[in-house]
Write a protein that binds this ligand. Structure first.
Ligand code: FES
Length: 238
């Protein structure tokens, strides 16, 4: 069976790809930037943060580009005043939901949420801060989970299940009450499934998952290893 080639436009540029590809994939292949947060190449797309929303001509609703497949004749727009407004709102809501205090964060200067805020010129938050009382799990010998800085992107859940194969992480509760948990909600340090590989720490976009012993702004994430791991696992399956 031959793969179906689809042609479309993104920001007026004629592009093409396989029918199985998403708008985000085609945009990246053509050096068209769309902001993302929950998406990470190599992991399944989750479509939860909504930062990658785009406009599609003829469709009333905005669509998340990381999970929307391309279609013949689609006309996609990635940057409009409305999209920028919504993206700013999403970033502000993420800051207001938990306790992101950048000035004392180990990931200060190396945080994807902070980078997106800067890119979208978010210099204050228009929503009421919730200041939830959230725990820090420092029970693991090498790593720390700080729920105050978690944005629930679930990259950690997906990398642990899909790449490491341990499935230590999961999410409990719903909506604003959601929390990342290890195993059946045990302290990370006594988890029976965690292999201490550190993949979750390095895919985390913020300072929610970090290495122990890091001071303010010291935590650098090592992301480039992910495509290599994905390739190795694919070769193993052959
Ligand atoms: Fe597409 Fe988060 S990157 S919804």
């Amino acid at each position: 069976m031959t793969a179906q080639i689809v042609t479309l436009t993104i920001n007026g540029l004629h592009v093409s790809g396989l029918a199985s590809e998403t708008i985000l994939q085609i945009a990246r292949e053509n050096d068209i930037y769309i902001p993302t947060l929950c998406y990470l190449e190599g992991l399944s797309a989750h479509g939860s943060c909504r930062l990658c929303m785009v406009e599609i001509a003829g469709q009333a609703k905005l669509q998340p580009s990381c999970v929307t497949r391309i279609q013949e004749g689609m006309a996609v727009t990635t940057h409009t005043e409305q999209l920028l407004h919504y993206r700013r709102n999403i970033i502000e809501l993420l800051f207001s939901e938990r306790n992101h205090v950048c000035s004392v964060c180990v990931s200060n200067g190396h945080c994807e949420l902070q980078d997106l805020a800067r890119e979208h010129e978010v210099d204050h938050v228009n929503f009421t801060y919730l200041y939830p009382s959230l725990p820090v799990d420092a029970s693991h010998s090498r790593f720390v989970l700080d729920h105050n800085r978690c944005i629930l992107c679930t990259r950690c859940v997906r990398v642990c299940g899909e790449i490491e194969g341990a499935h230590t992480w999961d999410v409990k509760n719903r909506g604003i009450q959601s929390l990342i948990i290890a195993d059946f909600d045990t302290p990370w340090g006594v988890s029976e499934t965690c292999t201490s590989c550190g993949k979750c720490v390095h895919v985390c976009p913020t300072g929610a998952l970090t290495e122990k012993g890091k001071s303010v702004a010291e935590m650098l994430k090592k992301r480039p290893s992910l495509p290599y791991l994905v390739l190795n696992r694919t070769m193993e399956r052959r």
